[in-house]
Design a protein around this ligand. Sequence first.
Ligand SMILES: [Fe+2]
Ligand SMILES: [Fe+2]
Length: 148
Amino acid sequence: MSETISSFLTQDHRDCDEMFANLENIVASENWIEVEKVFESFSNDLQHHFNMEEKVMFPKFEEKTGMTQGPTAMMRMEHQQMLQILSQMNEDISKKQKDHFFGLSETLMMIMQQHNMKEEQMLYRMADSHLSTDVLFVVSEMKELKRA
Ligand SMILES: [Fe+2]
Ligand SMILES: [Fe+2]
């Protein structure tokens, strides 16, 4: 079976989740030098995922469906919310505030799980069906998008 928007972006959610779990483990161990490296990886992965959606997939979806104030607008807003929390987590790391960090990371985890579920169960499926013949092109454009 060939790759779809759903399969490609869903796998990327799993990869981000894995990096997030690594980050929580390393913060728990209070190895602050490693924490900074893993935070940077997680943060880059997440930003890159959002960029693949916001710069490639969402605009294509909006163009095809004419829906600019629908699910993609909602998802963009939630990305901003998550990035906000991420930057607060970064502050906690620089101050070595482990307990406060875990409060935030729990919140991020909840928002991210709900966000990803909405994308996987609704938006990605809609995208695969509306973009139909452009699916492979959109996936390859997402793959080509440079990382920070
Ligand atoms: Fe998203
Ligand atoms: Fe996503």
